[in-house]
Design a protein around this ligand. Structure first.
Ligand code: PBG
Length: 330
């Protein structure tokens, strides 16, 4: 609908006071929209800064619990666990990924025992456990699909067994959602949700994350044979359609800000719960400018997340989550 011509329409009439602006605000960001990605590590009493992610730390489990409690108290409904696996446990066969006693599975149990209402999400991919930093097994230089899917199913089942509420396959192997869904049903895990990293692009914005999980130095080559070419939108939509058909309950677009067009298209086309991941590089860019005094942290953090709401997302994974929730409360 086109507004009347000037001066019948003056767009500034509804911008005049704060109350008017709030009355006509189209989108709102709330703590309930946030999933907080957290890096965990072994040890006791450890809060270890990650240089390329200012303000983000690797936490030992005793430090994770109070942090999770605080996030939950701020209204954040879910946290997503990413393990920094001890370098000695990384092998080419990745068995640590489905060890029921691995760091992630111990963290899930500890969190669910203390805060049963806080949703715990996990990541399913082999990279934190792989000697070569890839999300799948590497055999003769090739990232093999079907063998990897079988391992990912074991990994997901171990997480479900430990009590995870939401599984997040981030590996981009073909067929993993269907295989995981069937295995969950067969093992009686009927209510475990899958949030598929469905439209995951082969992005340069994951750099600081790979530092955080200790995979940067190990990664041989790149992930272009399994993640989506950043130039492809139709292919991303096909991946979302496929993952929903195989049993994903929710889907994700990743990275976030450079792919807002994909977020909008996914929401419009599928009308299913749609999430974006504001990835490590997006967070790092903002924080680098903030640290230089070039951008206002609170303003830009809130604006960057509002963009996802405007683009149709139901929620966002963001390293800013606790800060955002606190800012919205304050
Ligand atoms: C691993 C995984 C990655 C991220 C989430 N899960 C990195 C990658 O695919 O290399 C990136 C998250 C971020 O950059 O914040 N499968």
């Amino acid at each position: 609908m086109t507004p009347a011509p000037f001066p019948a329409a003056r767009m500034r009439r509804l911008r005049r006071t704060r109350a008017l602006r709030e009355m006509v605000q189209e989108h709102r960001l709330s703590a309930a929209d946030l999933i907080w990605p957290v890096f965990i590590r072994d040890g006791q009493g450890i809060t270890e800064p990650i240089p390329s992610l200012p303000g983000v730390n690797r936490l030992s489990l005793d430090r994770l619990l109070p942090a999770a409690e605080q996030a939950h108290a701020l209204g954040i409904p879910a946290i997503c666990l990413f393990p920094y696996t001890d370098q000695s446990l990384r092998t080419e066969t990745c068995e640590e990924a489905w060890n029921p006693e691995n760091l992630t599975n111990r963290a899930i149990r500890a969190l669910k025992a203390e805060f049963p209402d806080l949703m715990v999400m996990t990541d399913i991919a082999l990279d934190p456990y792989n000697a070569n930093g890839h999300d799948g097994f590497v055999i003769d230089g090739e990232i093999v699909n079907d063998e990897t899917v079988a391992a990912l199913v074991k990994m997901g089942l171990a997480q479900a067994e430990a009590g995870a509420d939401i599984l997040g396959p981030s590996d981009m192997m073909d067929g993993r959602i269907g295989a995981l869904r069937m295995a969950l049903e067969a093992q009686g895990h009927r209510d475990v949700a899958i949030l598929s990293y469905a439209a995951k692009f082969a992005s340069g914005f994951y750099g600081p994350f790979r530092d955080a999980v200790g995979a940067s130095g190990r990664l041989v080559g790149d992930k272009a044979t399994y993640q989506i070419n950043p130039a492809n939108a139709a292919e991303a939509l096909a991946c979302v359609a496929r993952d929903l058909a195989e049993g994903a309950d929710m889907v994700m677009v990743k990275p976030g800000m450079p792919y807002l067009d994909i977020c909008r298209a996914v929401k419009d086309r599928f009308e299913r719960p749609t999430f974006a991941y504001q990835v490590s590089g997006e967070y790092a860019m903002i924080m680098a400018a903030v640290q230089n005094g070039w951008l206002n942290e609170e303003k830009v953090m809130l604006e960057s997340l509002m963009a996802f709401k405007r683009a149709g997302c139901d929620g966002v994974l963001s390293y800013f989550a606790p800060k955002v929730a606190a800012a919205l409360k304050g």
